[in-house]
Design a protein around this ligand. Structure first.
Ligand SMILES: NC(=O)C1=CN([C@@H]2O[C@H](COP(=O)(O)OP(=O)(O)OC[C@H]3O[C@@H](n4cnc5c(N)ncnc54)[C@H](OP(=O)(O)O)[C@@H]3O)[C@@H](O)[C@H]2O)C=CC1
Ligand SMILES: N[C@@H](CC=O)C(=O)O
Ligand code: NA
Length: 434
């Protein structure tokens, strides 16, 4: 390659696209110094070319016709920051077929169609990178595929959705209601236009599918990820959790043992001593455990214009370096293993549960007898009288137990006459029972 500059076609000029333009405009000297070539945005695809915009794009050509970018032979690299699935997939496929490199921030698309797009990129000798799709500005994908590439990674636990972390922090620390905290997250711009994917855990599930593919070299699909969101969390449980020394987080959890994986997203009580418990508000963090490296944690802004654009630009620069070296289309490695999911018998954890028990002699001993029979022991117990002493509210945290065993205990609890209601249950992490 012998060029004064590399031409980029940008699909989208919203939050992330504007950040990309700003970095290219404001950091041109740094880019030129580090790459030995300039970077220029030639054309930008938007829905509405007449819309008033906060960003000044100078001579760059705004268009609403994707072919102006996808069929422009001068454009070497397409940056997709428009979002959505089908149209974005179509544009990226056309770009790859036209031998253009692609950088995308689109977690929805990569979680669903990443493997086939990656295959098409390799077949066409082009790069496809997507660092911004997980953890915004945190360089987590390169952390896994470059920094930790020699290790055998065992566990990835992440706070990978800023909106839900913001809501839980505000509920826990300021006593805000779920609705008020969600409204604030929307006003501050972390939440998706329709926040359902945030609060129901789907956004985090998409990111966990991407993370576990790269961490474990396994073909995890989005359907393999079990998902539970935060919309049903009760302030009462947060209050009890706090008393017990826990903080509630929406945790993406991925673990591999003997080539079997479990990947899930669920509200989880984290012990205050776990490094992820100190991650507050809209911040993201990903905790990674490897056989050789031990424990590591990647922390930073999981969303926002300039942080996310930083990740996009890291990919852009990686593509340009590969172009200069003549090694494009060679960085992606296909997953080594087919994903095989662990059964509930092979999944272990500690659990918190809250129930209402008849406040009568012998009721609690019936519970302990049941758990003794199932071989489950308790780490913590809290008891509060309710309804003028007719009921007791009991909170129990078990020691480490198989999911299968815990589910059986829950089923049997619900059938007991002295148990009036099983109100809630959550996984507990970070008590040192690995
Ligand atoms: N915002 C963030 O913090 C983060 C976002 N992401 C991902 O980055 C991507 C972009 O997000 P964001 O910048 O927030 O999105 P925005 O909604 O702010 O911007 C989208 C841009 O794409 C254009 N666009 C959308 N659909 C079309 C279409 N069909 N045809 C032509 N142009 C279109 C819009 O045009 P117009 O301006 O005319 O409406 C707009 O400029 C998404 O995949 C998102 O998930 C990833 C990490 C963080
Ligand atoms: N809605 C997302 C934005 C970034 O991916 C979040 O809240 O984390
Ligand atoms: Na990232």
């Amino acid at each position: 390659m012998n060029k004064d500059y590399v031409s980029i076609g940008l699909l989208g000029l919203g939050t992330v696209g504007s950040g990309v333009v700003q970095i290219i405009q404001n950091h041109q000297d740094e880019l030129q110094y580090r790459l030995g070539t300039g970077v220029k945005v030639k054309s930008i695809l938007v829905r509405n070319t007449d819309k008033e915009r906060d960003i000044e794009v100078g001579q760059t050509f705004l268009t609403s016709n994707p072919d102006d970018i996808l069929q422009d032979p001068e454009i070497d690299l397409v940056v997709e920051v428009m979002g959505g699935i089908e149209e974005a997939k179509d544009h990226i496929t056309k770009a790859i077929q036209a031998k253009k490199h692609v950088v995308t921030a689109n977690k929805d698309l990569i979680a669903l169609h990443g493997p086939e797009l990656q295959k098409a990129a390799v077949e066409n000798g082009v790069d496809l990178f997507y660092e911004a799709s997980v953890g915004g500005g945190i360089p987590i994908l390169r952390g896994l595929t470059e920094g930790l590439v020699s290790d055998k990674l065992k566990k990835v636990m992440g706070i990978v959705n800023g909106t839900t972390n913001y809501i839980l922090t505000k509920m826990e620390e300021d006593g805000l209601s779920y609705e008020t905290a969600l409204n604030q997250a929307q006003e501050l711009g972390f939440a998706e236009a329709d926040p359902t994917a945030d609060v129901e855990g789907l956004d985090a599930a998409r990111k966990m599918a991407i993370l576990s593919r790269l961490a474990f070299s396994t073909s995890v699909s989005l359907d393999d990820v079990e998902v539970e969101g935060i919309s049903k969390i009760d302030l009462e449980d947060l209050h009890y959790g706090k008393k017990l020394g826990y903080s509630m987080k929406l945790i993406g959890f991925a673990q591999v043992d003997d080539q079997k994986v479990e990947v899930n997203v669920q509200p989880t009580f984290l012990s205050k001593s776990h490094p992820l418990s100190s991650v507050k508000n809209e911040y993201n963090a990903i905790y990674v455990q490897g056989e050789a490296v031990g424990e590591t944690m990647f922390y930073g802004p999981g969303a926002g214009s300039l942080p996310t654009a930083t990740a996009v630009m890291a990919d852009v620069m990686a593509v340009i370096k590969n172009m200069l070296l003549g090694v494009t289309g060679k960085s992606a490695i296909a997953p080594r293993y087919e994903s095989v999911l662990k059964s509930p018998k092979e999944r272990f954890g500690q659990f918190y549960f809250r129930l209402h028990l008849a406040d009568e002699v012998g009721a609690f001993s019936q519970i302990t007898t049941l758990f003794n029979e199932l071989g489950i022991s308790f780490e913590k117990i809290l008891q509060t009288p309710l309804n003028k002493g007719e009921l007791a509210e009991i909170i129990i945290v078990t020691h480490r137990v198989s999911l299968d065993n815990f589910q059986e205990a829950l089923m049997k609890l619900r059938d007991m006459e002295v148990v009036k209601d099983v109100i809630s249950y959550y996984r507990v992490e970070g008590n040192g029972e690995a």
